[in-house]
Design a protein around this ligand. Structure first.
Ligand code: SF4
Length: 326
């Protein structure tokens, strides 16, 4: 997967705050001032534990959610606060693939209708949309003759292929894939990852690949961004982040990924984090990772570290007062 220099997507200081439930509880800052870019044709992996804000980030990018603050720029245009009518042309370019393929497909619609729907919304005729749906089924490895079947007649992997075909219908340039393989068996996961890589090569797609499984992200992405409690704590080239993580949280996550070599697996040090992530409704002061960080010092409890270049000679950014030396 290769990338060009110009960012296709630019996310700057984006925040998402949800109101407290029934107006009584404290507001929840699910995403807290994150910034990153995705270049045309590249894959950025967005990783972190459940509830860290990565799915909310994906939904803001495709504008299923409107950010509370900050800016999202797509192809040079600020899309952060576009109204529904203004979003229609954007939907051609920005699409989403969801985690659970069956629950994201309408069980009462045929595959023809599911895949053709984005084209009908964009004003294509029913005949054109059906013809394109059959072509897309073939492109993602489904049998076009099955076009009039319903989602329950397909396996989980096939249903995810239908979801991918639907996302491709309007010819997007960027796809936000939110845990696209985590609901699938391991053998099927590899098939879907292979399909996404082939489609990227053939169609020049960019992906924001959201996942909690670092092994999958390592395979598919060019760069990786690590999220913790609504903030990005490390972002950089995949090989460098995976081989020499600079943030203590990245190190802990990677230390839990099984190694293929049993001897190396026996020898390596596992970093166990204390406790669960704090609630985004009541984040700790300073560095929000400090209650779980084995390297925390006094300054960490009061002063939040900024995301900054922390490794000389690399475009890697780390939010830590005491990043690891590579
Ligand atoms: Fe740990 Fe302090 Fe770095 Fe936060 S700033 S990750 S608490 S060392």
């Amino acid at each position: 997967m290769t990338a060009t220099a110009e960012p296709l997507l630019s996310v700057r200081d984006v925040t998402m705050t949800f109101p407290g439930k029934r107006g009584r509880a404290a507001p929840v800052r699910a995403v807290d001032g994150i910034s990153f870019e995705v270049a045309a044709g590249e894959t950025l992996g967005l990783v972190g534990e459940s509830g860290c804000g990565k799915s909310t980030t994906g939904r803001m990018i495709v504008r299923l959610l409107e950010p509370t603050a900050g800016s999202i720029t797509y192809d040079g245009r600020d899309i952060s606060h576009l109204r529904q009518r203004e979003l229609k042309p954007l939907r051609r370019d920005l699409q989403m693939v969801f985690q659970d393929p069956h629950s994201s497909l309408n069980p009462r619609q045929t595959v023809a209708r599911i895949i053709a729907d984005p084209l009908l919304v964009q004003g294509h005729s029913a005949a054109e949309a059906r013809k394109r749906a059959a072509e897309l089924m073939a492109l993602v490895g489904l049998i076009p003759e099955h076009i009039d079947r319903y989602p329950h007649e397909f396996s989980g992997g096939q249903a995810q292929r239908i979801g991918i075909a639907r996302s491709l219908a309007t010819g997007p340039r960027l796809i936000v894939a939110d845990e696209p393989v985590s609901a699938l068996d391991v053998s099927v996961q590899a098939q879907i990852v292979n399909l996404m890589e082939r489609l990227q090569r053939e169609l020049g797609l960019a992906y924001l690949f959201i996942a909690h499984d670092l092994s999958v992200v390592k395979r598919v992405c060019d760069r990786v961004a690590v999220m913790y409690l609504g903030r990005i704590v490390e972002v950089g080239d995949k090989e460098r982040v995976y081989t020499a993580p600079a943030h203590p949280y990245t190190r802990a996550l990677l230390s839990a990924v099984p190694l293929p070599d049993p001897a190396a697996e026996r020898q390596r040090e596992r970093i166990t984090l204390l406790g669960d992530p704090p609630s985004p409704a009541a984040p700790p002061p300073g560095c929000t990772f400090h209650p779980r960080c084995p390297k925390a010092r006094e300054i960490c409890r009061s002063e939040a570290p900024r995301l900054r270049i922390a490794v000389p000679g690399e475009a890697r950014q780390v939010a830590c007062h005491f990043p690891e030396e590579p």
